[in-house]
Design a protein around this ligand. Structure first.
Ligand SMILES: [Zn+2]
Length: 69
């Protein structure tokens, strides 16, 4: 019971397709690689619209949906 802190471990740009994965060891995002081992860097000048924006919920509450006040 209680609150669970969730961290994203992967994200993808909805604009250029850049993929990054979280590196716990370094505490930074790193460019992901595809099945061929190629770095998925996307576009250099893209400002990147990460797919975790808006939908990712960092804090998960147990059984507490929004209620009318
Ligand atoms: Zn992008």
């Amino acid at each position: 019971m209680g609150v669970t802190i969730r961290k994203p471990t992967a994200r993808q740009c909805e604009d250029c397709g850049r993929r990054e994965v979280w590196n716990d060891a370094t505490g930074t995002w790193q460019v992901a690689r595809d099945d061929d081992g190629e770095r998925v860097v996307g576009r250099v000048y893209c400002i990147h619209e990460w797919d975790i924006n808006g939908t990712f919920v960092p804090i998960e509450m147990d059984g507490t949906d929004a209620v009318d006040v």
